[in-house]
Design a protein around this ligand. Sequence first.
Ligand code: T46
Length: 137
Amino acid sequence: MQTIKYTFQPHGDDRGQLIALEEFKDIPFRIKRVYYMYDTIENVVRGHHAHKSLEQILICIHGSCKIKLDDGTETKVVPLEKPYEGLYIANNIWREMYDFSPDAVLMVLASEIYDESDYIRDYDEFLEFVRSGENKA
Ligand code: T46
């Protein structure tokens, strides 16, 4: 499985750092939604789902966490620990977020507004979905 990690360009000066993200320039899709999670309880694993069509970029803007990706054939773990790094997650990828540091803030840029019908929350259903080719219809 190919994972795409973006390194964003900081605009640093003697005051500190600033990162600006623009759709279709730094981010490969129209940004329709931004959400973030913080105060994540120790040892919690979030996610446990895939999306039928949503694309996202995950940025741990403070602290660190790990992202486990699973395309139904292969799994990969990607650490996120730099505010200038973004992990692209395409549709049809099962994801789990874990190992959050107490100060972690995980921000997500999403290509669509929130839609519960886009989620696949059952792992067997996910495997069936990716193996059936239904995702390519
Ligand atoms: C994903 C991973 C990386 C909303 O009302 N609007 C939203 O935009 C989102 C994302 C969530 N919610 C509500 C739905 C639930 O009642 O917030 C609650 C927690 O959402 P969820 O359990 O889906 O959160 P995670 O951390 O398991 O997953 C989230 C995203 O939902 C998901 O799309 O890819 O982060």
